[in-house]
Design a protein around this ligand. Structure first.
Ligand code: 5GP
Ligand code: ZN
Length: 112
């Protein structure tokens, strides 16, 4: 989508601090980190959010979930990390191209 921020990051027209890329996904550091390590795992395909996913996205979602811990450990989050998927305006989503937040490090993250 031409007016989507993360599609532009996928296309490379907006720069990002990329830590992973393959045919289906990219991961890059969040521009406003909420923890010492905070990156976003993003499919290259434009899907607005989790509520827009169907069974046709199951392999992509599984790939994202399985990749998250590998990248987290690579980024030094050996003691663990938190994943977060904001969905819709009511869920705090601001960029409507699905993404998983992965963050941690430093002080213990409060329980929710
Ligand atoms: P959401 O609130 O949609 O779940 O999360 C969007 C995230 O994207 C926010 O944490 C925000 O800091 C991050 N973000 C917004 N614009 C940019 C950008 O241009 N570059 C990067 N790397 N992150 C961004
Ligand atoms: Zn997009």
């Amino acid at each position: 989508m031409s007016d989507c921020l993360f599609c532009k990051i996928v296309a490379g027209t907006i720069p990002s601090k990329k830590l992973y890329e393959d045919d289906d996904l990219i991961a890059f550091h969040d521009i406003h980190p909420i923890a010492p390590v905070h990156f976003l795992l993003v499919p290259k395909m434009h899907v607005a959010g989790l509520a827009d996913c169907g069974v046709e996205h199951k392999d992509l979602l599984a790939k994202m979930l399985l990749l998250a811990p590998k990248l987290a450990v690579e980024q030094g989050l050996v003691a663990g990390f938190r994943t977060m998927i904001n969905t819709g305006s009511g869920g705090g989503q601001e960029v409507f191209h699905i993404h998983f937040h992965v963050f941690g490090g430093g002080a213990t993250i409060p329980k929710i």
